[in-house]
Design a protein around this ligand. Sequence first.
Ligand SMILES: [Mg+2]
Length: 362
Amino acid sequence: MSVPLIERVAVSVYRIPTSAPESDGTFAWNSTMLVLVEIVAGGKYGLGYTYADTATAVLVHDLLGPAIEGRDVHQAPAIVAELAAKVRNLGRGGITAMAISAIDVALWDLRAKLLNVPLAALLGMVRAEVALYGSGGFTSYTIEMLQEQLAGWVEDGILRVKMKVGRDPKADLDRVAAAREAIGSAELFVDANGAYARKQAIALAPSYSQLGVTWFEEPVDHEDLEGLRQVCERSPGGMEIAAGEYAYGSRTFRRLLEAGAVDVLQADATRCGGYTGFLAADALCGAWMLPLSSHCAPSLHLPVACAARQVRHMEYFYDHVRIEHLLFDGVNRPVNGKLAPDLSRPGLGLELKRSDAQRYAA
Ligand SMILES: [Mg+2]
């Protein structure tokens, strides 16, 4: 068998306007940017992506892509480890980690395609399908928009939904009550995106719990490990505290777990080092005996969520579901609230719709 050498690393950026203005507890946006990495070897190409801006693409184009051209694609773990060393002086977190994450995913996709197997099979599966929770409920939405979106997921069989809180704390309980009214007995999650102060979050937790909220995400800033731990310890039974979406590597996951900062760890393969980083988070969750949930980018997470033992569910994020359908062929639709990979397609199973994507090129 000839050694498949990496011939080319291409990167492109897309800016996709939101369907309506969106905000959460600490951020507001009108568009989302996706950075796509494509790696060619042995007559096949693999793709990976991250939600980041053009600076991330520059890093791939100028520094990381040229560093891996000519390498043996089957040495992907070594290549990715070298890239992590290469960004030492730039910093390991943030855009460097997002760039490396997209490369890691593209290398996994490429290896699966060269072997002509679906990526879920190459990773090894512990489940054939993964439960979802619908995620959106932006603070910019009117009550009617909020109720319609959350109830829509429940009608489609996705019986867990998440909404944003924290932008206007005085309005939060009314918004959550309105959401509860719209979704009946479905599970309700809230995400404050770090908007609350410690005591504010601790005071709100029982009120949310009375409205049947079972998941309180980033009640305080994600770097406030002591604050997260306090909210964990003082929240009512039946309410789980979740965080981890801003972890850019396994050491941050370890710190969250060591601090007792979460009941459920979240990990985002587009930030934490691709599938390699996600599997490291899974191993840590196994050691800590805690569940794992994937953050955003459901189509990208699907194969690794089938492979990761501790995964409980995946986030079915409104913006990213919409973007995945706009940009890619091969995006699966949920059945009975679950997503299953198409095992007839090699690799990740996604193909860029090049002409459709072109109108969003940034
Ligand atoms: Mg979140």
